[in-house]
Every structure is written in structure tokens, then in C-alpha cells.
Design a protein around this ligand. Structure first.
Ligand code: DLZ
Ligand code: SF4
Length: 508
């Protein structure tokens, strides 16, 4: 009896549930580079190279353990170009009696998997992905029938359940659950972030880089220099460097932005966590240990752990319990096409140009750039959720649907009407100016709200609030903003709306 174990490109963990009871004498692991996965989103060149190189290294590591791996490269003759096609071909090739897989990170692929048993004629066992703190069932029980879900309460539950940053009395370490207020310091000019070390490129990765340069020449983003980790050992080195050099100040400057410093004190380990090169539970425990050993302050450890144990698990639960209907909502009726400058960076709004340039170079931008620059603009400009979601899914090396979709749809675009976020993260240029040095060299004046030199984020912000008053004015977290808006004269409101309309018309 031959079992075929199919491992996908973001399932590169040695302890994957699909590999757990493998019989090295009889079972075969299938891995496949397929055109459909490289093109279903407008992926960044670095993202494609990262996944394919990590897949090839993973296959080598399995072979070194004496496991038979059937690895289909993108250029292999006869490659059908899809997961379904490659699985069917491999079942025939090996006369497999059954298939074992771990559930995927995307609804689209789960729908495919559910059809596999019928299509290929052998039983297909779909196992849970248990690389997370919280299973989907556990999340479902926690969420119940609630219409809106708050990360904060889920996060506290996770902290308690897994006893992370909990003191001997069962209370949160330091007396507070959430130190978000201590994560917003503006960055002093005198302070420079430490460099983020790049991983070395070996022969396997070089081959992948050649392949991507050839096949994806027209895709978004710079392929070189390539410094992403593609093995667990290199990902571990990247995480260790973060613990040592950047975690201590991560908390203070979590929300800061600076030209030419894309990583600041961020860990930049999301691609490794999401592809399986690092384990989220291990990472959280080690950040907690750094705090307990006096190597990092509480606002850093708690801020990091909130992202991984809180947000990351929360959005995954939300994705799997609310999809596929979740993606179809459009609470603010946003319909504008994505402006071309998201792909070219060709805009005279400095904050956007810098963030998009970082994205193009690194397939990375940190969470405040994503939420408060590219995201904030998309929200204020009323970009269609599907268009901006496809952009985020493509351009970031860490982006897989389960994590990208709720973050963009719910958090950035408020398209779910507040199921995930208690308010839209709309902000004027004032916020960007406070948290960055972008405005200094911008051709727009961040202090002006109307007229030809005004910062577009300003009039767009007021026009957005005005236009969406019927939906948003009752939100207590926006009460102050609406009070200010109501204090404007009708003529000023009309002027702001006109500036916004003319600006948006010029965009398309
Ligand atoms: C993102 C991606 C890309 C670009 N290429 C492949 C591939 O060739 N083979 C593969 O197994 N996985 C790839 N992936 C990751 C899949 O898209 C991902 O596993 C699904 O979207 C489910 O999360
Ligand atoms: Fe961005 Fe406005 Fe600042 Fe220019 S002035 S960088 S557009 S926030």
C-alpha cells in the first residue's frame, strides 16, 4: 500500500501533520511547483523565489532523512500546471492507494482538495493544520454566534490558556494585558536601527533565482539582492538576530516609519512563520523568555506576542469560520480601481512612494506602512476591496490568503462593517507626519487641508468621513472626528469634498 503525501509550498514544517506517520519504506512525498500557484495572485518575484527555494531545500532535507520525495519542478516536461493535475499524475505514476494532505491556507485550495477524492479515484485524507496555538474548532467555540469579534478578548483568552506573560497569581505580567500605548514613540533622529543580516545564497537558491528571472521577468518587484532565509537554519539565524539586536527597542518604535529604513526594529519573520520554517509557538516562548531573562522590556515582548499569539491566530480563526461569505462584503461600497502607482511607485505623495519602493525592493513593508500608508490611502480613496486585497496578496513575501484577507478586508478596508476592527483605521496626514520623516521632502504641505498644495490625506480624510457619515458617525471611536467635522462651515465641507473629488478623478 503506497501513501502519497502531498506537501504544499507553505507547509514546509518537519512536523507537518501530513508527514506525521510516514513510512519511509513505502510512502512518497509529492511536492510540485505549478504555474497556477505562481500566477493566481500578482506575486512579487522575491515571493516566488522564496517559496520555490524553500520548497526545494525542504525536499532535500526530507531526502536526507531517507524519505522518498517526488519533486516536480516548474520546468519539468509534462508539468500540468495545477495542484490537481500534478496530484492526479503522481497517483498514476506511483499507483498510490491513498493521499494524505494537510488542510491548505486558502479557501480556493480547500475547495480543490474536497474534489480530489472524486477526481482521482483514491481516498484523500485532509488533516488539520496544527501549527497554531488555536484550532479552528476552538476558535469557533470561542466566537460562537457573535456578529463582531474583538482581538483583545481572544488574546487574553490565549494568554491565559497558554500561560504566556502570566504572573504567579494568574494575572497579566506587569498588571496590564495590552501595552499598545507604549508602542507608539516617534523615532528620534539620533537613533539608527541595526542592520538586518541577509542569508547566503547557495546553489539550489541560485538555480531558483535563474528560473524566476527567466519566467517571471514581467512580474512586480526586484528579485535581487535576495537575502531571504530559505531553510529552517537560516530562518532561525534571522530570528536569533532579531532577539539579540532588535527586540529590545521593537516595542518603543513599533509604529515609527523612516525613509531608507524599512525594517527598523521589526522581526520580519512573517514569511518564515507562514511558510513553516519557524514555529509560532517556539517563537512566542522565546520572546517571553527574553523578557523574563531581562533581555527585553515588557512593552517589546508583549507587543510582539500580541502580534503572533493575538492577531495572527485571531485572523486565522476569523478566516476559516467566516469564509467564503466574508470576502464578498463591501460595507462602505468602495468601487474605485487600484491606481497604477501601487505598481510603479510613481506618485508625488512621498509616504506612498517610499512605502511602495520598500515593497518593490524587499517584498516587505512593516505593519504601520501597510496599515497607515498604502492601506489608509486605499480606504480613504474608496478602492474596491478585491483590488487592494489582490495587491497585498501578491506583493508581500509573507502573504497567504488566511492572513492577508482578513487583515486587508477587515482591518484596512473596514469592508466587513466592523466585524474585525472596532473602527476604520482612517487617518489624515497629521498621523503620518507624527510617525515618520516622509512629509519633510514631500511636495505637499501636511499642514494644509485644502487647495492645490494640501496633503491629499487631509482632504481625503475629511471627505471620507463626510461621505460615510450614515455608516460611521455613530461609532463612538470616531465621535471626536465627527465633532470636528460638524464644526466646519458648510462651505469648508464642500471645498474639502471638491478637492477630494477632483484629486480622485485625476487618479484614474
Ligand atoms: C504561493 C505559492 C507559489 C508562488 N508557488 C507554489 C508552488 O509552485 N507550489 C506550491 O506547492 N505552492 C506554491 N505557493 C503556495 C500556495 O499558493 C499555497 O500553498 C496555497 O495558496 C495555500 O495556502
Ligand atoms: Fe504623505 Fe501628505 Fe506627508 Fe506628503 S505631506 S508625505 S502626502 S502625509
Amino acid at each position: 500500500m503506497t501513501t502519497l503525501r502531498f506537501v504544499l509550498g507553505d507547509q514546509l514544517s518537519p512536523a507537518m501533520s501530513s508527514l506525521r506517520d510516514i513510512d519511509p519504506d513505502r510512502d512518497i512525498v509529492l511536492m510540485a511547483e505549478v504555474a497556477e500557484e505562481t500566477t493566481y495572485a500578482p506575486h512579487h518575484k522575491k515571493k516566488i523565489a522564496f517559496i520555490l527555494a524553500a520548497m526545494r531545500h525542504f525536499a532535500e532535507a526530507l531526502r536526507a532523512r531517507g524519505i522518498l520525495v517526488d519533486y516536480v519542478t516548474l520546468d519539468a516536461p509534462g508539468n500540468s500546471g495545477s495542484f490537481t493535475g500534478e496530484l492526479a499524475r503522481a497517483v498514476g505514476r506511483h499507483r498510490a492507494d491513498r493521499v494524505v494532505v494537510t488542510e491548505p491556507g486558502e479557501w480556493r485550495v480547500l475547495a480543490m482538495m474536497r474534489d480530489w477524492a472524486d477526481g482521482i479515484g483514491v481516498p484523500v485524507e485532509i488533516r488539520d493544520d496544527d501549527r497554531f496555538f488555536c484550532s479552528v474548532e476552538e476558535f469557533r467555540r470561542w466566537a460562537g454566534p457573535r456578529r463582531s469579534l474583538r482581538m483583545e478578548f481572544f488574546y487574553r483568552e490565549m494568554r491565559r490558556r497558554h500561560r504566556i506573560l502570566i504572573d504567579a497569581a494568574g494575572d497579566p505580567e506587569g498588571g496590564q494585558w495590552n501595552l499598545d500605548r507604549e508602542n507608539r514613540k516617534p523615532l528620534p533622529d539620533s537613533l539608527d536601527p541595526p542592520p538586518v543580516p541577509a542569508a547566503t545564497v547557495d546553489a539550489i537558491t541560485t538555480e531558483v533565482l535563474d528560473l524566476v528571472a527567466r519566467r517571471f521577468e514581467a512580474s512586480f518587484g526586484d528579485l535581487l539582492p535576495f537575502g531571504l532565509a530559505v531553510t529552517p537554519a537560516d530562518a532561525e539565524a534571522a530570528f536569533a538576530a532579531f532577539l539579540r539586536d532588535r527586540l529590545p527597542l521593537f516595542g518603543d518604535y513599533q509604529d515609527a516609519m523612516r525613509r531608507g529604513a524599512p525594517h527598523l526594529w521589526h522581526s520580519a519573520i512573517a514569511p518564515y512563520l507562514n511558510a513553516g520554517l519557524l514555529d509560532a509557538r517556539d517563537v512566542v516562548r522565546r520572546v517571553e523568555a527574553a523578557y523574563r531573562q531581562g533581555n527585553a522590556p515588557l512593552n517589546a515582548a508583549e507587543g510582539f506576542i500580541r502580534q503572533v499569539l493575538g492577531w495572527r491566530e485571531f485572523v486565522r480563526g476569523l478566516y476559516w469560520t467566516r469564509m467564503p461569505g466574508y470576502a464578498a462584503t463591501n460595507a462602505l461600497d468602495a468601487r474605485r480601481p487600484l491606481p497604477g502607482f501601487y505598481w510603479t511607485g510613481d506618485t508625488d505623495m512621498r509616504c506612498l512612494a517610499e512605502t511602495i519602493a520598500d515593497t518593490r525592493r524587499n517584498a516587505y513593508a512593516h505593519h504601520i506602512q501597510r496599515l497607515m500608508v498604502t492601506g489608509n490611502f486605499a480606504l480613504l480613496a474608496g478602492i474596491a476591496p478585491r483590488e487592494i486585497e489582490a495587491w497585498y496578496l501578491g506583493v508581500y513575501a509573507d502573504a497567504f490568503d488566511w492572513v492577508e484577507l482578513p487583515n486587508t478586508h477587515g482591518m484596512v478596508m473596514f469592508a466587513d462593517g466592523g466585524m474585525l476592527a472596532s473602527k476604520p483605521y482612517a487617518a489624515s496626514g497629521k498621523y503620518i507626519d507624527r510617525m515618520s520623516d516622509y512629509c519633510v521632502e514631500c511636495r505637499y504641505d501636511v499642514a494644509r487641508s485644502d487647495g492645490p498644495t494640501a496633503c491629499p490625506f487631509n482632504f481625503l480624510y475629511w471627505a471620507f468621513l463626510d461621505a460615510n457619515a450614515a455608516t460611521l458617525a455613530g461609532n463612538p471611536r470616531l465621535a471626536m472626528a465627527y465633532r470636528t467635522l460638524r464644526g466646519f462651515t458648510p462651505a469648508r465641507r464642500a471645498q474639502l469634498a471638491r478637492d477630494a473629488r477632483e484629486f480622485l478623478e485625476r487618479l484614474t
